[in-house]
Design a protein around this ligand. Structure first.
Ligand code: ZN
Length: 312
């Protein structure tokens, strides 16, 4: 969801807007994170079905919220996987608990991911106690998603070094780990119960990016996107859309604009709002499109509100 919001905002924000470069760098940062998580998921998928894999969990430990990129549930242990997707060279400085990244002659310092997962482990243990899931061992890996990242370590800490795993090596690392734990903590049924409970308690943050950056609908590029020339140049004709720049025709081009609207502003919309966002002039066309894509209509004539059905 945050990635969808930032990619939509990035697409709709004019290049000359004062916040464009800030949104662009946020978009690039999130895209890298998103790409990293997809890569890891791709490989974790090769684990057999006696492991359950949960992605991007946002939980509350009774005091604070915490987030876990991946959680692997097995009968014998739980495994937290924190994903790092960086370009360049990563230097894990074990002695000083820091992560350094060298890229094009610059050296940047990042928080130590090992400290990060240690804290996630404490929070997860607290969460498990809160929901009566017992004292199962919790283990953690740092997964390096980009196969071209050069990894270096400073300090002699084999226990940490073996927890630094490349995405492609994750499945065998999980098998190696399994071989070490023989005590069974959960039955298959309990594993399912835990996974269902985690999903039920998973509460992704709903930070509105527009609020965060203090942007309104007026800051965005209005219109309906043309797939042919990637400009917001589609014009509504009687029963279809036609691009005034390249002539491409489409029956459903407005769906993407409605989706953009829903991602950025939520599901409740008026006909006037959708007219200004899509550039539709006719009341009739706006109403037809809204009725087709709404789950519910609230109110009468003038201040009627449409509740869009889920479009993404
Ligand atoms: Zn076009």
């Amino acid at each position: 969801m945050p990635h969808l919001q930032v990619s939509t905002l990035f697409r709709r924000l004019p290049r000359e807007h004062p916040l464009f470069s800030e949104i662009e760098s946020e978009f690039l940062k999130q895209s890298a994170g998103h790409y990293g998580e997809n890569t890891v998921y791709h490989f974790l998928h090769y684990l057999p079905s006696d492991y359950l894999i949960l992605k991007d969990l946002h939980l509350f430990d009774g005091h604070n919220h915490f987030q876990i990129d991946f959680l692997v549930i097995s009968k014998n242990f739980l495994l937290i996987i924190e994903v790092k997707n960086f370009k360049g060279e990563l230097i894990f400085d074990f002695d000083n608990s820091q992560l350094l990244r060298r890229l094009a002659e610059t050296l940047e310092v990042f928080p130590d991911p090992f400290l990060q997962v240690e804290h996630q482990k404490i929070q997860l243990a607290q969460w498990l106690a809160l929901y009566d899931f017992g004292n199962i061992p919790i283990y953690s890996f740092i997964a390096i998603a980009n196969p071209n990242t050069k990894i270096e370590t400073l300090g002699n800490q084999p226990c940490k070094k073996e927890r630094l795993v490349r995405a492609k090596g994750l499945v065998s690392a999980v098998y190696n780990l399994s071989a070490r734990f023989s005590k069974k903590f959960y039955s298959t049924n309990e594993m399912t119960q835990l996974s269902e409970r985690l999903m039920a308690e998973n509460t992704p943050y709903h930070v509105s990016l527009l609020k965060k950056y203090n942007l309104s609908i007026k800051d965005l590029t209005p219109g309906v996107l043309c797939k042919g020339c990637s400009c917001f140049t589609m014009e509504r004709r009687r029963d279809h859309w036609c691009c005034k720049a390249c002539g491409v025709k489409s029956k459903k081009a407005h769906l993407e604009a409605l989706r953009d609207y829903q991602i950025l502003f939520g599901s409740v919309v008026t006909s006037a709002e959708i007219k200004s966002f899509t550039g539709i002039h006719s009341d009739y066309h706006a109403k037809t499109i809204l009725i087709e894509n709404s789950a519910k209509i609230i109110g009468k004539t003038k201040d009627r509100k449409y509740v869009l059905k889920p479009l993404f």
